[in-house]
Design a protein around this ligand. Structure first.
Ligand SMILES: [Zn+2]
Ligand SMILES: [Zn+2]
Length: 318
């Protein structure tokens, strides 16, 4: 294991780490060298970068450069881009924004659950089969409000790390998630407008004509895609915080989201079609209720764990 042959200052105490081995500790405070330097991306033999690392100054890919060199594009020391990628070393204002985004996603899921319970238990929907006009208007407005919060939540929770140390930031899932949340907000607005335009909204809402069916299926697919992309962005944070269980839980959550999207689409096709297709689709579609009842508690637990993880990263705990 080679020793550090360049000036390196311990991130914890500010003492010099020159002459210390890569797998060693700071002589002053016993903090691991790995806390100061991202050892995951450095070749242990020749001290060169062996992975895609973007310069924090200009975004140039520093792969193959020696750790002691400077960026050929902007002359920032390569070392500045080599802080560990772990979350507790990340930019604090960014972590705070992401944590706020995750908190808002919890609010969104809770509102959805409360709205469903309210719909089923509060009004006379269960006994008469037709909810009152007030209930419909009220829930559609809550739905719209929830979509506004969801837009803000997705925007904040998927913000790109301003200093992506040792990581190539991929903005693709972020943009899909943000655009998806925006379209879902338009959907929310569409249903509120419809509510005030159509006299018997409930009959229209449940008429399952071709137009409404296309609207429902499209919104189900967009909702599914948005959730999956949000999960992909969050899952990267779990990887950076080395939370293996949370990473697995997120993969399971992605699986549940895709299942919900598929079975809901089947259910909707079942409603709109007749005969044999309908029976098969309805059979598959009835699973959707089951998957959804699993999805909501898993969502709440998962987002709560992300919130705790980000709070721990902000507090500097490892
Ligand atoms: Zn130290
Ligand atoms: Zn640079």
């Amino acid at each position: 294991m080679p020793a550090i042959n360049f000036d390196l200052v311990c991130i914890n105490c500010g003492g010099s780490l020159r002459g210390i081995e890569l797998n060693g500790d700071c002589p002053q405070c016993n903090s691991r060298v790995g806390n100061t330097l991202n050892l995951d991306v450095i070749d242990r033999i020749d001290l060169r970068i062996n992975d895609d690392v973007l310069c924090v100054g200009c975004g140039y890919n520093l792969r193959t450069l020696a750790v002691s060199h400077v960026c050929p594009e902007c002359a920032a020391p390569v070392l500045e881009s080599l802080h560990p990628s772990e979350l507790c070393f990340a930019d604090k204002p960014w972590l705070r924004k992401v944590r706020m985004g995750v908190l808002l996603t919890i609010v969104v899921v809770l509102i959805v659950v409360v709205r469903i319970l309210f719909w089923f238990f509060y009004d006379n929907y269960l006994t008469t089969g037709t909810p009152s006009q007030i209930l419909i208007r009220f829930t559609s407005l809550i739905h719209l409000l929830n979509r506004v919060i969801f837009c803000l939540a997705v925007y904040l929770a998927t913000l790109s790390d301003p200093c992506p140390r040792g990581m190539i930031p991929s903005s693709f899932p972020r943009w899909i998630a943000c655009i998806g949340a925006g379209i879902l907000l338009l959907y929310g607005a569409f249903f509120v407008i419809l509510n005030f335009l159509v006299a018997d909204y409930f009959a229209f809402f449940t008429s399952y004509n071709n137009f409404m069916m296309a609207v429902y299926i499209l919104s189900t697919c967009i909702s599914c895609l948005t959730d999956v992309c949000l999960d992909i962005c969050l899952r990267r944070l779990a990887v950076r915080a080395r939370r293996v269980h949370l990473r697995r839980l997120t993969s399971f959550h992605i699986f549940l989201c895709v299942c919900t999207g598929l079975v809901w689409s089947c259910r909707l096709i079942g409603w709109s079609q007749g005969g044999f297709v309908s029976s098969i689709c309805m059979l598959i579609g009835n699973l959707s209720q089951l998957v959804e009842w699993v999805l909501y508690p898993v969502s709440i637990i998962m987002f709560f764990l992300y919130y705790r993880m980000l709070a721990a990263a902000l507090a500097g705990k490892r």
